[in-house]
Design a protein around this ligand. Structure first.
Ligand code: GLC
Length: 581
């Protein structure tokens, strides 16, 4: 067989994988550039690698959403209103909301214990809300009286002790800071309101003066008073490049080594932040999926929609297999306790990591775009196979053609597993019993760069009913989710069509959607060509995060992806089709 025909080098493939280019939270339909290309102090790749090193090694962190909103959570309105958006959701008056601060008295707060919970979970860093959109600073501030010392019953700094406890226990710590959106400091940005406007008179004022008098002084306070490792910006409403630049400059002046996410606005920052989803084809550059354990970030007494421990373990693995970090959230109560349901799940993840951590920390994306039975991470020449569904016949099929040096179960390093290779790839012969019911790890050392069987749609002919000049059809198969295909303006029945060249057995597909705001809501329908004409394979709704779907094995040559979007032309960032291993 002609090797160049089917050989796909891992490095090359992932070098063209996708990146979140634009995204924003400006609700007026303005898209803020968050591509991360702007820099106030250019650095070499080596300098950047050195700065990012601990974060890339860490892979797993704790997000903490905590503030005054934990007081009314569970005691006010209906359940969807609870959480850190409660004030905005109910359009509560500023004076009523500020009244809750007088009841915010977290006497059970134990920073050492919070750090221990994170450590026991196998986490290597944490990020806490120093100020959320409600504008309440959890640290003392000269820039605004609306802070924990001046406005709350507690009356003491909450963050200093946590920073100390984290560093004492060898954990990195970052502050989330809502730099643009602020509903209690005059002039702060407010989702769905014009610049300078708000629902409460106390909110109305100049956004620039808010930046100058509240946000920038507080950012300076944070940077000089706390030896933090990360700043995590959010919702860059009205944050055009000229407004973001002075903040980026301050950062470089005061703390040049600090890491930041890409939500400052103006294209500044180090890593992208897919929220509540895992990009199915991964992202180019550094990225971190942040996710809640139930449906809310802030504490919510009635939200019992908990993800299971096994789901969270498999999420962590899947994210690492695509090259990302995982920032998993807890919402402590107003008394200062992390909910028991969260602690239990964190502990379960920690137990798994204690045994299998080698396959997570310091890894990069695995070589396989898709694996039916699990996911894979990589550390140089070692590929870690995470098996979620242990094969009943004991044969694990791997679409890998390279020479292999050794293969063992991670928990049984002294015993070599038997293997064979054929035209489709590698078969590993496994023991009957899976060592772990959630994810068992196989450590495989390759003797050369991994050579992976290409996916079914790789380099296959892709056409569209129409395309917009800026967003051609080729963007949907270029392996870069930052670029996307968009249908022509009048195309009401838009679809993409793959011709796989010959009848091909397939059983899964993935679509990624443009990372744009507002999020795309699309109807997706997949049709295949059969003897009897075109028939529907599946149909689903999206929310801008794409989908990865498995279906019963079927032989097809031509396959169509119909996409319909209410608010404008349909768009797809990546469409991939997979064959069984
Ligand atoms: C969103 C929300 C916010 C949450 C954050 C986490 O932008 O506004 O409440 O803190 O995402 O990613």
């Amino acid at each position: 067989m002609n090797k160049t025909f089917w050989i796909m080098i891992l490095g090359l493939f992932f070098a063209v994988q996708a990146g979140a280019k634009t995204s924003s939270a400006a609700d007026e339909g303005v898209t803020v550039d968050m591509s991360g290309t702007n820099s106030v102090a250019p650095e070499t790749t080596a300098q950047r690698d050195a700065r990012m090193a601990w974060w890339r090694e860490a892979k797993f962190g704790l997000f903490i959403h905590w503030g005054v909103y934990a007081v009314p959570a569970g005691k006010y309105g209906d359940q969807d209103n609870y959480g850190e958006w409660i004030m905005w959701n109910t359009k509560m008056s500023a004076s009523e909301y500020q009244g809750y601060a007088k009841k915010f008295n977290p006497v059970k707060y134990n920073p050492e214990q919070w750090v221990k919970i994170a450590k026991d979970a196998g986490m290597r860093y944490m990020v806490i809300t120093s100020k959320h959109h409600d504008g309440f600073a959890l640290f003392p501030s000269k820039a605004s009286k609306w802070n924990v010392v001046d406005a709350s019953a507690y009356g003491k700094d909450l963050l200093g002790p946590l920073v100390k406890a984290a560093h004492d226990q060898d954990l990195k710590i970052g502050f989330y800071y809502s730099h643009a959106q602020d509903w209690n400091n005059r002039g702060g940005a407010i989702k769905a309101f014009k610049e300078g406007d708000g629902w409460d008179d106390s909110q109305k004022g100049s956004f620039d003066s808010y930046l100058e008098k509240t946000a920038i002084p507080q950012i300076k306070e944070i940077l000089t008073n706390y030896p933090i490792d990360v700043i995590w910006w959010d919702t860059p409403i009205h944050m055009y490049q000229p407004r973001a630049e002075p903040i980026a400059k301050i950062l470089k002046e005061i703390r040049p080594k600090l890491l930041t996410n890409l939500r400052l606005g103006g294209g500044y920052g180090d890593f992208a932040t897919p929220e509540q989803f895992v990009p199915s084809t991964g992202l180019k550059g550094d990225w971190e999926t942040c996710m809640t354990m139930n449906k809310h970030w802030g504490y919510n007494a009635v939200d019992q929609n908990w993800k299971s421990s096994s789901e969270l373990i498999q999420k962590l693995i899947t994210i690492c297999a695509k090259g990302g970090n995982f920032l998993l959230n807890v919402g402590p109560t107003a008394e200062g306790e992390i909910p028991a349901e969260s602690v239990k799940r964190l502990n379960d993840v920690g137990q798994w990591l204690k045994v299998n951590g080698e396959s997570i920390y310091g890894t990069t994306a695995g070589p396989f775009p898709f694996l039916t039975w699990g996911a894979a991470t990589r550390k140089n020449q070692v590929v870690y196979l995470h098996v979620f569904n242990w094969p009943a016949n004991g044969e694990l099929r791997l679409p890998l053609h390279s020479k292999i040096k050794s293969t063992q179960l991670l928990v049984e390093p002294s015993k070599e597993l038997k293997m064979s290779q054929d035209a489709k790839g590698t078969i590993i012969y496994l023991p009957k019993q899976a060592p772990d019911s959630v994810a068992s790890v196989i450590k495989l050392e390759v003797a050369e760069e991994p050579v992976v069987e290409p996916i079914a749609s790789f380099n296959k002919k892709l056409t569209a009913t129409s395309e917009s000049p800026k967003n051609p059809v080729a963007a949907a198969q270029d392996g870069d989710a930052a670029q996307y295909w968009e249908a022509g303006a009048g195309d009401k029945n838009a679809y993409l069509e793959y011709d796989l060249g010959k009848p091909t057995l397939i059983h899964a597909l993935a679509v990624d959607e443009p990372d744009r705001w507002p999020r795309y809501k699309q109807e997706i329908r997949v049709e295949i060509e059969t003897d009897k004409g075109w028939t529907q394979l599946l149909a689903t709704q999206t929310n801008g995060h794409g989908h990865q779907v498995k279906f019963p094995e079927i032989k097809v040559q031509k396959i169509r992806l119909y996409v319909k979007r209410e608010l404008g032309p349909a768009g797809i960032a990546e469409w991939q089709i997979y064959s069984p291993e």
